[in-house]
Design a protein around this ligand. Sequence first.
Ligand SMILES: [Zn+2]
Length: 269
Amino acid sequence: MKTKLLDLICCPKCKSDLTIVKHGQNGSETAALACGQCGKSFTTENDILHFITEEEVLRFNKRVEFMRSVYAHFYTPLTNFMFLPCGGVNNARNEVLSHLEIHPKSKILETGIGTGDNILFLREQLDGGTFYGLDNQMRMLEKCAFNCTKWNLKAELCRADAEQLPYKDCTFDVVFHLGAINLFENKKQAIDEMIRVAKPGTKIVIADETEKASKLFAIFQGKTPPVIPPIDLIPATMLQKKLEIIWKGYGYLITFRKPQQHDLLKPEL
Ligand SMILES: [Zn+2]
């Protein structure tokens, strides 16, 4: 267990500190993390911290689970194909990721990292920073870990629910989510969690497909509820709230800034 990571993570349920505990004996001990407050414990497997179990994943985000587990191994070419009408995958990523404010040594969090293609895109900008990513699909995370090794890129990965982030308050300099928030059961909670773990002053970036794309890709995704960009779920205390249509009408981009502490007292202009 990396002690540096332990400084950043917390119990996803009650947000209390975690401590390392050992299971087993006589040389077959395995390390786990335990929450002193609510008693939950979490394991590590192949360097990936597990904050949710398979049973918990199956309870929610069923469509995402299906999409991502079935398509994990050809998710990247499929995504590339799906981005064709949006102007190509690199243009599509750039339309979102160019809004991130990455500085030297930034801690960068992607909530829903998938196979890691976005962090590959951002690699040149890393400059001493660190990537952190979560997904609720094990096959995605395994593919992401495989890709990171192939790309000689380091990312701290965990299996977690974007609606219950296992990170302490005000931890990250960059927080973003690209794709899949449309399918979350509790988008408000996912957005509130992104805000909670972002440092004050951080610009937060969220993008997903519009109704136009949803209809076009129904062949892959099946029938989904009408897409409403979740701009109204951004708290009124956030600054510089903006909703834009991107990807030639196939995507939306929401950006806003978490206020510095003193800004919280000011009404939004
Ligand atoms: Zn707890």
